[in-house]
Design a protein around this ligand. Structure first.
Ligand SMILES: Cc1ncc(COP(=O)(O)O)c(C=O)c1O
Length: 427
């Protein structure tokens, strides 16, 4: 480990979590550029009163598109809104897949079909979902929520217990004539197998929508994740490596999709004041865009820090029986948005929840993503076919624990967290 590992920390501005009373080691603290770096933009925005639809959103979109290597990066108010607008914008009606293959490829706006053929998700009547979207259950609840909001049905599938991501072959097996889209996630920042998923999506003429909420800071074969699939949708909320406050980005190479997401974030209004479809206010405020724009300058540093902390955690915990780690596919570099381990109670001698309590006694905050998994949540369980077993999902939900990670964590804190885990049974 390089000696100057944590020397960059003072340059990053961490904000104390006001809800952290009694917590000595918070799970996460947002990492922001220094106030000095933000001051000129904030001053301009406040003094001009241009709080929305200004140059900072545009500049941020251009910078992100360049960073990710995509034709379009559309800034939105959150990843959730971005995913909702992507499903809304795609022609997802079962049995009408004419534009799906095209959605995967760049297409000139000039060749755009009428909205009624391309952009509207039609209802099957009486609010019956009209199509199914294949999605892992071991993901954040926003994923299936955005599907249900579009009057589509989530079909939950299992994940690989080691990568925590969907297995492309399992996706292929789950496709039926009712399938209208495939969704995957870069869980914990660990890139999913975009190329294999894209090949399956292309073969079946289905759009591939990737929840890349944890994606900033992650790469595949040396390139930032975000450039494959029909769309990849990022989050910029405070737990992420790139922070806007609240915010999201829809990254796509499809001109039509980008066009409809832009319309959709603006109530569906193209300026004529005649809404073309039911949109939302999904705009990103200028202050948020300016914050994230400056954040792009420190993203590499923030990601490098996380990698160092993850390496330290691994080396300190790998000798403990019953502790498992998330592994990436070859060529994948995780953003380590979360550093999650699994606890096998029979080998470790204690359950995940017991360990969590022991850590809480020492003031160490942890999270148990994703428990319960989506197919067991109140809003979604009725969509789940009980005959479809999801053993890896249930195992991960019962055994995963995410440890504190971020700029507030240094070598000494990692040592303390790991010692607490090693000694938890005797506490
Ligand atoms: C995997 C995943 N998807 C979607 C979201 C939703 O992001 P946002 O809060 O920006 O809507 C999150 C939030 O953390 C997430 O972890």
């Amino acid at each position: 480990m390089p000696k100057n590992l944590f020397s960059v920390i003072p340059e990053l501005h961490s904000i104390a979590d006001p809800a952290a009373s009694g917590i000595r080691v918070p799970f996460v603290r947002p990492v922001l550029p220094s106030f000095e770096a933000l001051r000129p933009a904030y001053e301009e925005i406040i003094s001009t009163g241009r709080l929305t639809k200004g140059r900072f959103v545009e500049q941020f979109e251009q910078a992100v598109a360049k960073h990710l290597g995509v034709r379009h990066a559309v800034a939105v108010s959150s990843c959730t809104i971005g995913l909702m607008l992507v499903y809304k914008s795609l022609d997802l009606t079962a049995g009408n897949c004419g534009s799906r293959r095209r959605a995967m490829e760049p297409c000139p706006v000039g060749s755009m079909e009428p909205l009624s053929r391309f952009g509207i998700v039609r209802s099957g009547g009486r609010n019956e979902p009209v199509g199914e979207v294949i999605i892992p259950s071991f993901t954040f609840l926003a994923g299936p929520a955005t599907i249900v909001w579009n009057n589509l049905r989530p079909v939950f599938i299992d994940v690989d217990p080691i990568t925590t991501n969907v297995v492309p072959q399992a996706v292929a097996t789950a496709i039926t004539p009712r399938t209208v889209a495939i969704s995957a996630c870069h869980n914990f920042g660990n890139p999913c197998d975009v190329a294999a998923l894209e090949a399956i999506a292309m073969e079946h003429s289905l759009p591939l929508v990737i929840d890349a909420a944890h994606g900033f800071g992650a790469s595949l074969h040396g390139k930032p994740v975000g450039s494959g699939a029909t769309a990849q949708v990022f989050s910029l909320s405070p737990t992420k490596l790139l922070v806007a406050g609240e915010g999201g980005v829809v990254a796509t190479n499809c001109d039509c999709l980008a066009h409809f997401v832009r319309l959709g974030r603006e109530y569906g209004n193209d300026g004529s004041y005649d809404a073309l479809f039911a949109g939302v206010n999904g705009r990103m405020p200028e202050l948020s865009a300016a914050t994230a724009l400056a954040g792009l300058d420190i993203l590499d540093t923030v990601a490098a820090q996380r990698r160092e902390i993850a390496t330290l955690y691994r080396s300190e915990l790998s000798h403990l029986p019953g502790i498992g780690f998330v592994e990436g596919q070859p060529g994948a570099q995780s953003s380590h948005k979360d550093f999650s381990i699994t606890v096998d109670p029979s080998q470790f001698g204690m359950s995940r929840d017991g360990l969590r309590r022991a850590m809480a006694l020492r003031g160490i905050e942890t999270r148990t993503y994703y428990n319960p998994p989506c197919h067991k949540q109140t809003a979604f369980e009725h969509f789940h076919d009980r005959h479809r077993a999801l053993p890896a999902t249930e195992l991960l939900a019962a055994r995963s624990i995410s440890l504190p990670i971020g700029a507030h964590i240094n070598e000494a804190v990692v040592a303390e967290v790991c010692a607490t885990i090693a000694n938890a049974k005797s506490m």
